[in-house]
Design a protein around this ligand. Sequence first.
Ligand code: GLY
Length: 450
Amino acid sequence: MSNVLLIGNGAREHVIAEAILRSRHNPVIFSYMKSNNPGIAALSEKILIGDYNDLKGIKKFSRDCNIDFAVIGPEDPLNNGVVDSLEEIDIPCVGPTKSLSLLETSKSFTRRLIQKYNIPGNPIFKIFSSMEGIDDFLGELEEIVIKPDGLTGGKGVRVQGDHFHTKDEALQYCREILEEHPYVIIDEKLEGEEFSLQCLCDGKTVIATPPVQDHKRRFIDDKGPNTGGMGSYSCEDHSLPFMNLDDVAEGLKITQKVAEAIHKETGEYYRGVMYGGFIITKDGVRLLEYNARFGDPEAMNILPLLKTDFIDICNAIIEGTLNNLNIEFEKKATVCKYIVPKGYGLPEDHPDAKSTSDKIEVDNVKDAKLYYSSVDNREDGLYMTTSRAIGVVGIAEDLEKAERIAERAVSSIKGSVDHRPDIGTKPLIEKRINHMKEIKEAGRVKKNAK
Ligand code: GLY
C-alpha cells in the first residue's frame, strides 16, 4: 500500500487522482488543495485546504499522514520549493526541485540551456535585462513574441499582430516587464501548428506520452482572449492529424537532450513531467516553452488512456528506473471540452461578465468522463468559482465519436455556462491540416527561390 500526497486542486489533479486509484497497489490519496475540489475530495482519504506557499503546513500534513511519496500537480508549489521541503523529511516527489522548476518558471534559463548545449529547437531570440539593444533587435525580426521571465499564470506572453501591433507598443510592454521581472525574452514569431508533448522523466530516461493539441482562445474558431485552455484532443494513432510521427520523435529528442543538459549543468536529475509546448514550422519542430508538470487540460487526454500502473511509473521516476518500464496507452482518441462560466475571459463591462459564480447542475453524462476544476460544492449544490469549471472528456476509437460523446455530455450540464463546440470537430481539424500544408508549401517555395 502507498500513501500518496497529491498537491493541487484542478481538473488535472482530479484525473491524476483517478490514475493513482486505478493502481493494483491499493494506494491511498491524501490531498493538499488551495480550494476544495469535490472530485478530488471524493477520491481522497483525507484533505487539507491551505496555501501553496505554506511549506511547513504541507510538511506537517505529510508527516501526519505517513506519506510515502508526493505527486505535485501545479507549478506554483514547485516554484515555492515544495519538493525541496518534502525531500528534507525524506518524502520523494514526482516533480522537480525549485532549481529545476526553472525549466518552466524561467524562460531565460531554458533558452540559454538549449543554446549552451547546442540543442536544436530554439527560435531566434535574445534576452534583455534592460532596454538597451531592444530597439535594434526589433529591427532585425519580421514579427516578435515578448515574454516576461517568471510565472504569470499564462497571461504574460504577448504576440505581435494579436496583442500589440506597433514597435512603440512592443517597447512599452518590454519596459513594463522589466519593472517587475529580471529579464524580458524576445523570440521571433513562429508560424505553424502547436502540439503539447508531456514527457515522463527520471533524469536519465525520457518517455513521451501521446501528443495533444490544446485550444487557448476563449471562443469558437480560435477567436477572443487567451485562456488557460478551453479544451484539447488526441488521436488513436498517437499522432495528430496535421503532423507525423517524425515530429513527435523530434519533440522527444529535444526533450531527451534537455534532460541530459539539465543533469550536466546542475548535477541533479530531473524527476517529473517535462511538458514541451512545440510548434511545427516550415523549418521543422521548434520549442515554444517547457512546463514542469502535466498540462491542464492535456492531462485529461492522456491519463485516462494509461494502461501501465501509474504508481509503478511514479516509483520508477523516483528511483530512476523508467528505462525498465514499458509505458503503454490505449489506442483511442480523446476530446476534452472545458465547461466555463459564460463570463470567463470577458471584459468587466460585458453584460455576461458577472455570471462567473453561478450554480450549475450536472445531469447524466452517460459515457463521458467529468473532471472538476474551479467549483464549490455547497449545501444547496454545485457553484462555479470564476474560472474553468469542469473538464468533460469523450473517449472512443476515433475523434468523431469521442467529440460526439463529449458534446452530448456538455449539453447535460445546465447553468450559465459556455464551452467551445468546435474543439475536436472535422471543420476545425481540417483547418489545422490545411494551415500546416500552407506553411510547408510556403517554406518549399522560399527554399526553391534561393
Ligand atoms: N494547457 C496549458 C498549460 O497547462 O499550461
